[in-house]
Design a protein around this ligand. Structure first.
Ligand SMILES: Nc1ncnc2c1ncn2[C@@H]1O[C@H](COP(=O)(O)OP(=O)(O)O)[C@@H](O)[C@H]1O
Ligand SMILES: [Mg+2]
Length: 247
């Protein structure tokens, strides 16, 4: 069994959790690895924002977790696939859904879900929400995942978020000392060094690149970055591929 199979991507709001999830999934698919991306965010159902034309009709993470019994079949029924890439599939909330759309689920349901996911794919990337106090799914994911990438945006907002929420994960079961600490959208070298110090060290820097924010805006995140300015970003993704997935 691979030891870093379920990867949680968690961090401050707008720190690039979703972007990183998608770019890592794309990189894994290029290595011919199957990957399921779970978009846990219910505040803004994510899938339709990054793949506006995908067909997700009748499929939902909320519906899946509300099933009386979870099986591989019920998961497969709710998996959303891409037309152009057979290696990547998604689970997430659908159009116009919110927290009240489906019945509540238990902790045990999430544990069962993770066990089943391990059998369905080479890798599972969970794009967490920033809300850990009111989102059981994200809180449990942070406990169960084999590895957690902890992103902070390179600004005072990122710092403020971490000082409020990191203490909530201080229990040993969360293993925060093993988190991979990432500072994202670094484009100011002074802030970068101040943030590094305030966050007691950073394992990886993800630079701000214009082409990426354009890709996001136009629903083109699955396309390859081509401009020279994006090279530093691609290098950071390569480092994660090697360091986290051994790929
Ligand atoms: N490295 C980056 N360079 C440029 N823009 C970025 C980068 N990472 C994220 N963004 C932009 O920041 C915004 C938030 O990114 P997103 O991935 O949705 O964050 P989160 O999921 O953490 O809320 C998006 O508009 C995205 O295009
Ligand atoms: Mg997001």
């Amino acid at each position: 069994m691979m030891n870093s199979q379920i990867i949680a991507i968690w961090g401050s709001p707008s720190s690039g959790k979703t972007t990183t999830s998608v770019k890592l999934a794309k990189a894994l698919s290029e290595k011919k690895k199957n990957v399921i991306v779970v978009f846990a965010d219910i505040i803004v159902p994510t899938l339709l924002t990054i793949l506006p034309t995908v067909d997700s009709e009748g499929k939902s993470l909320g519906r899946l977790l509300a099933e009386p019994e979870l099986t591989q079949e019920t998961i497969l029924k709710n998996l959303i696939t891409m037309r152009k890439n057979d290696y990547i599939s998604f689970l997430g909330y659908g159009k116009a859904e919110n927290k009240f759309t489906y019945a509540k689920y238990s902790k045990d349901k999430i544990i069962d879900f993770m066990v089943l996911l391990r059998h369905l794919s080479d890798y599972v990337i969970i794009d967490c929400s920033s809300i850990i106090t009111d989102d059981l799914f994200t809180a449990m994911t942070l406990e169960i995942a084999d590895k957690v990438l902890r992103l902070s945006s390179c600004d005072i907002k990122g710092l403020s978020y971490m000082s409020s929420y990191l203490p909530l994960l201080s229990e040993r079961r969360f293993g925060i000392e093993k988190h991979i600490k990432i500072l994202s959208n670094t484009n100011d070298s002074m802030l970068k060094s101040e943030m590094t110090e305030s966050l007691s060290g950073i394992d990886l820097y993800i630079p701000y690149v214009k082409e990426l924010s354009d890709q996001y805006l136009y629903g083109e995140l699955f396309q390859t970055l081509t401009t020279k300015g994006s090279k530093a970003y691609s290098n950071a993704i390569d480092k994660l591929m090697k360091g986290v997935f051994n790929e």
